[in-house]
Design a protein around this ligand. Structure first.
Ligand code: GTP
Ligand code: MG
Length: 575
């Protein structure tokens, strides 16, 4: 890692370790899944393919991360329970929740075709996550009982609602009929009105799905005499159960008792105070710049497996940039972002009220969207390369109190980009010239910037070689909204001047103040508002139903556009 005078900004990062003996649960939930299910025509109230897709992703997540010992999900949510003593990413909440959500999001995109072979994905799915820390087994038990009760209640309600709608009621009328009804009333309505015995509904709908680990004998090789050599291996299995918080269910699975502990007694009533604690979320400090930094997980290996060009692969960087553009278009409170290598920093405006500044929601939504876009867009940037590993990213939120400190943060990242790039360029040139990797490393130990530049000139035979490299490699990528005047004809045939805004990717020096002086909009007031003559709208290109939002006053309009899908649309547009 590079050292620079800007490194002090690291001290603004806060510790968020979940202390022992708390049990870590990561809860994930589909983001705007009402619209996602509508656009992709999920069957109502339950789409079995969609549920099986969620289950399959959860199964793969628990196989990928051995410390996840139990998971439970229904509808578009899942809860992952880690073993008690886990050291997973040293128990840091934002790391844990972002890695899980990112991996899950990429999997959802990857596995989509398996479950929906006839339906193209119209826009990137995304999820939100949160860490729930359970101070004891009793609290975990209450949590699981609470989630399974929610599964039951929402399924029963939705089954009634959609039966009423299918039988001629409007959604409003159906909601009115169900207002204030109890469990028993709903069962009767289903039975008397629609000849449905609720208890005979599929278990996956009524009970949700558990994924748990069991030990199985696994043949690793065969001896010369043909006898198998077996080892114990943890295998994830899918189970349905009426009461996942009961002692009898828990005691049936050895590894649950061993890795988490036993339930002392069965729960009859879920304590409201526990539920309150499950709903508690911490908020980021008001009136501070929020920076969300996402960073590729194990990208050293990922770039090797996918044979990225060394030290810089322009297509890999363009893919990262394209995802950043998508994130800016989705979250209008992001005023600037800066990316280098496998990382991207997103700056939210000081007064942002996105998710009421709830840290886990902001981090997870951005990381999740970034990950699913990276997976979706892979083919566009690497048409010849198969995606062999699931790409995933971690994320964190840091608050910076003043613009000066924020600019120092960005300068820190750009200095890092320069130092790493200069080092890596030298390193790979030495390797190309015949040195081994360790020889190249030793050669560069302790060298200053000037010496590295001279080395590059000597090896390449080109004067000032370093500065001939593409700007994107040397300065990273800055992504931000750009406005310019746009002449348009009004309905009355008059010419009106409006502001047009689009997201741009530039490679510039953001350490020097001149960049910020030339772009006062970025950290200051952004665009003129609807109140002025030319109303300013940015086109949100993710949406099938295009959501057109005025950049400042946030007036949202909807325009139907059947023929547009995310991948076909230009990344920037304006009306
Ligand atoms: P964690 O983030 O801790 O999981 O480790 P990591 O393996 O992702 O490494 P880190 O984030 O520290 O650094 C990013 C790594 O991604 C670099 O060291 C490179 O190995 C790789 N990488 C990123 N961009 C490129 C590229 O354009 N070309 C190549 N060849 N590798 C790249
Ligand atoms: Mg990384």
């Amino acid at each position: 890692m590079a050292n620079s005078k800007y490194e002090y900004v690291k001290s603004f990062e806060v510790e968020d370790e979940i202390m022992l003996p708390n049990i870590i649960v990561v809860h994930i939930d589909g983001r705007d899944f009402g619209r996602f299910s509508e656009v992709h025509e999920f069957v109502k109230p339950n789409d079995k393919r969609a549920l099986e897709l969620m289950n399959d992703c959860a199964k793969t997540v628990s196989e990928q991360f051995p410390d996840i010992i139990f998971s439970y999900g229904f509808s578009n949510e899942y809860s992952f329970v880690f073993k008690k003593e886990t050291k997973f990413y040293q128990r840091r909440a934002s790391k844990v929740l972002s890695l899980i959500i990112s991996y899950f999001s990429s999997l959802y995109v990857t596995k989509w075709k398996e479950f929906f072979p006839q339906t193209g994905m119209r826009f990137p799915p995304s999820f939100q996550s949160q860490v729930i820390s359970c101070a004891s087994m009793e609290v975990l038990q209450a949590y699981l009982a609470w989630r399974q009760r929610e599964c039951h209640l929402s399924n029963q309600y939705n089954t009634c609602l959609w039966e009423l709608i299918r039988n001629g009621k409007s959604e409003k009328e159906a909601q009115e009929i169900l207002k204030g009804t109890h469990k028993q009333d709903k069962n009767e309505l289903l039975y008397q009105g629609f000849n449905i015995n609720y208890k005979e509904q599929e278990t996956i709908f009524r009970q949700g799905t558990c994924i748990l680990k069991t030990e199985v004998q696994h043949i690793v090789k065969y001896n010369q005499d043909g006898s198998p050599v077996q080892r114990l291996r943890m295998k994830a299995i899918k189970v349905h159960s009426k009461n996942i918080a009961s002692r009898s269910f828990w005691n049936d699975y050895l590894c649950l008792c061993r890795e988490l502990g036993q339930f002392a007694e069965d729960v009859n009533k879920i304590k409201p105070d526990y539920v309150k604690s499950f709903l508690h979320v911490s908020k980021l400090m008001p009136s501070t710049w929020i920076v969300i930094r996402v960073d590729g997980c194990h990208f050293h290996r990922f770039s090797d497996v996918h044979e990225f060009e060394k030290p810089n692969d322009a297509q890999a960087l363009n893919l990262m940039n394209s995802c950043a553009v998508g994130v800016l278009e989705e979250f209008k409170d992001i005023v600037f972002s800066y990316g280098v290598s496998d990382e991207y920093s997103f700056v939210l405006k000081k007064e942002s009220q996105l998710y009421q500044r709830r840290s886990s929601e902001i981090v997870s939504a951005i990381v999740s969207l970034f990950s699913s876009m990276y997976t979706i867009k892979w083919k566009e940037f690497f048409p010849q390369k198969e995606l062999k590993h699931v790409p995933y990213f971690d994320g964190r939120a840091v608050c910076y109190p003043t613009s000066e400190i924020l600019l120092d943060y960005l300068a820190w990242r750009q200095v890092d980009c320069h130092i790493n790039n200069q080092y890596n360029t030298c390193f790979w040139m030495l390797v190309k010239s015949g040195k081994s990797k360790s020889e190249a490393q030793n050669y560069l130990k302790g060298t200053q910037s000037q010496e590295k530049n001279e080395l590059l000139m000597r090896l390449s035979g080109i004067i000032d070689y370093y500065n001939t490299l593409p700007l994107m490699f040397r300065q990273g990528s800055s992504v931000f909204w750009h406005t310019h005047d746009d002449k348009k004809m009004s309905n009355q045939g008059n010419e009106a001047v409006g502001k047009c805004c689009k997201v741009v990717v530039e490679h510039c020096n953001i350490i020097e103040k001149s960049f910020w002086e030339a772009h006062p909009d970025i950290l200051g007031e952004k665009f003129s508002c609807c109140k002025s003559l030319g109303c300013t709208f940015a086109l949100d290109s993710h949406h099938l139903t295009r959501r057109v939002t005025c950049c400042d006053c946030k007036v949202a309009k909807f325009a139907r556009s059947d023929s547009l899908s995310l991948l076909e649309q230009p990344s920037t547009n304006c009306l």
